[in-house]
Ligand binder design. Structure first.
Ligand code: GLU
Length: 618
């Protein structure tokens, strides 16, 4: 389904933890008042770094790093805390993709923790049998039908098994503490409830948790989530089997099969067929990352079931055929918009869950196919969307693009990769989500967390004309994602770790940050803060209002480029939303163990960046 905005991204780094201070007593046993520190979008230093959406989650990660946890341990602590403080975009009711650079092996690994479709679902699960037409997006989202089998806990378990020093119980402690003692509601949290108030009111446990006294939570009030604290404690005692077959799982299944509608509500949400067997069968999957060489860097991303790595990678391969320079910003933007327009056509035609459909990944990421596509780019004319997909079996198809870049490529420099870092130099880049802002709207009764609506990322009906659609629902299948947790290496060492939420605009946000940093030579904080434009093979390019002030825009419009701002909710056009694209975070690794941790200065309330040992100078 078309682009939405929602998931949390975290990037963590620790380079030199020597001298790290040992942890104080485990905080969960001694609740302390909510913190009064404020968020900072940028931090520079060494010894480890964290960027995430909220102050409490960043502090949780830094605390684990100081205790000697690895980047994977800290990532789990951050993600679990986000489930408390950023519950509309994160949590154990969802899924995501975890990428990791292992300093010892110098390899990048990825874990696919995407939600799966229950075994009893079918290809027509989103078709209304009474009309033969697909359900509306809003109907499908707020329902048990859209809930995929959650993958987040299995992802944490797998990441800790492979890369952690501590266990799940240790890494959940900071989140348990925040859930028990509470945190201060800020304007961003309240705004996210406002955008969802109508549908949250439909479900008794959701209204009870997020609509205190029937209204929006007040800015400055303390929100506690004792149910989630108890859920995390149970997971700490019993392990992830408490969800994947145990009593937490039984409660999830009950909520999906019989959504807990509030007394007096007239809504009759669609139910879902998830069973305890679906939960027992769930597996987070180790995947080989995607890899392309770009201007001397090695860019690693997430393969199917996400389309992120392939689409970012194909776009970069196309752009590699051109010179992109800060001295000709108009040409750079034209190439950026056209590369993503073409890559999205190929994504939509060829990419789905590779366990269910055959994805020509190698061909889509080949340099020769990128030449075939680059040949279609006119330097002074916008493509007419929808542009047709290319044929990846035909390679360059005898074509040489204009303005060919003569700088050397670096295919095959390395097949090792990853993202997050600790005293050992490991790096994590991890995007996790419950899909729409507020997921399905269903809090599991007595458990304190929202269930995802990830299955709405499937196409509800075929989209590719007479060609097969790779992203139709099927039992056990994972819906195609756009999540693009990315790690960039230079000479085998980490250079960047970046990612963003934003549905399909995740891909263009990551691509634009890479182009801003590598080609247009902005600093990482500036590359993230810059106004965004997202072209996804549609007639108009979605932009942020500030992008329209770019001096290149009039010329791009004379080429036929059309720009539009989106400021209404995909669920209800009467609800206004901020006209922003993505909420990015990233790390840049500098010489001598220095790391620049950068997030958003303002989008969705800004990010919280922190380092273990701050440096005096940026
Ligand atoms: N469901 C989206 C995806 O997997 C991510 C959620 C979002 O950021 O909108 O592509």
């Amino acid at each position: 389904m078309p682009g939405r905005r929602i998931s949390s991204v975290l990037a963590l780094g620790v380079l030199v933890l020597a001298g790290a201070t040992p942890a104080a007593a485990h905080p969960g046993h001694h609740p302390t008042p909510p913190t009064t520190a404020t968020k900072q979008p940028v931090a520079t230093g060494s010894g480890g770094a964290v960027v995430s959406d909220t102050l409490e989650s960043t502090q949780a990660g830094l605390a684990v790093l100081r205790r000697g946890g690895t980047a994977a341990d800290a990532a789990v602590a951050v993600a679990a805390t986000l489930g408390v403080t950023d519950p509309f975009v994160a949590g154990i009711g969802g899924g995501g993709y975890f990428t990791y650079y292992d300093a010892r092996t110098r390899r990048v690994s990825t874990i696919d923790g995407r939600e799966t479709t229950p075994a009893a679902d079918t290809s027509t699960m989103f078709v209304d049998p009474s009309t033969g037409q697909p359900y509306s997006f809003a109907t499908a989202v707020t329902s048990g039908r859209s809930v995929g089998v959650p993958g987040t806990l299995a992802t944490w378990q797998r990441a800790l098994q492979r890369f952690g020093r501590f266990g799940l119980a240790d890494d959940l402690r900071p989140a348990i503490d925040v859930a028990a003692r509470g945190f201060t509601v800020d304007a961003t949290f309240r705004e996210q409830v406002r955008e969802n108030a109508g549908r949250f009111a439909q479900f008794a446990p959701t209204a009870e948790l997020f609509l205190p006294g029937g209204g929006l939570p007040a800015v400055g009030s303390t929100l506690r989530n004792p149910d989630l604290a108890a859920t995390y404690r149970q997971l700490a005692r019993q392990g992830t089997s408490a969800l994947y077959g145990g009593s937490i799982g039984r409660d999830v299944v009950a909520a999906v099969q019989h959504p807990p509608v509030a007394a007096g509500s007239t809504s009759t949400p669609l139910t879902g067929p998830m069973t305890l067997a679906d939960l027992r069968d769930y597996r987070a999957i180790d995947r080989t990352p995607t890899h392309v060489g770009y201007r001397g860097y090695d860019v690693y991303g997430m393969g199917p079931s996400s389309s992120g790595g392939i689409t970012v990678g194909e776009s970069l391969n196309i752009l590699q055929n051109f010179r992109l320079s800060p001295t000709d910003r108009t040409a750079a933007l034209q190439d950026y918009l056209e590369a993503s327009r073409l890559a999205f056509a190929d994504r939509n035609r060829y990419v789905g869950d590779s366990a269910s459909v055959s994805v020509p990944q190698r061909a889509l990421l080949s340099r020769s196919f990128a030449r075939q596509r680059a040949c279609l780019i006119d330097p002074t004319k916008a493509g007419v969307s929808p542009v047709a997909p290319g044929d990846p079996t035909r390679g360059a198809n005898g074509c040489t693009p204009r303005r060919a870049d003569t700088s050397p490529g670096n295919d095959g420099i390395s097949t090792n990769h990853l993202v997050v870092s600790d005293r050992w130099g490991n790096v994590v880049s991890y995007t996790n989500t419950i899909e729409e802002l507020g997921g399905s709207g269903i809090v599991v009764p007595g458990r304190g967390f929202l269930l995802n609506n990830e299955l709405t990322d499937f196409n509800f009906a075929p989209t590719q004309g007479s060609a097969p659609d790779p992203n139709l629902p099927a039992p056990g299948k994972r819906p195609r994602s756009s999540m693009s947790p990315t790690i960039v290496l230079q000479h085998g060492r980490p250079f960047l770790a970046v990612g963003s939420p934003g549905g399909a605009s995740i891909i263009t946000t990551v691509l634009q940050i890479l182009v801003n940093r590598i080609d247009l030579r902005l600093s990482l904080p500036d590359a993230i803060a810059a106004p965004r434009a997202s072209q996804r093979n549609s007639a108009t390019t979605q932009v942020e209002p500030a992008f329209l002030a770019d001096p290149a825009v009039p010329t791009l419009e004379s080429y036929g480029q059309k720009f539009a701002v989106t400021s209404t909710s995909p669920l209800d056009p009467s609800i206004t939303i901020a006209p922003t694209i993505g909420v990015a975070s990233g790390l840049e690794f500098r010489p001598h163990g220095r790391v620049i941790a950068a997030g958003e200065p303002t989008r969705r309330g800004g990010s919280a960046a922190g380092v273990v040992v701050p440096s005096r100078h940026r």
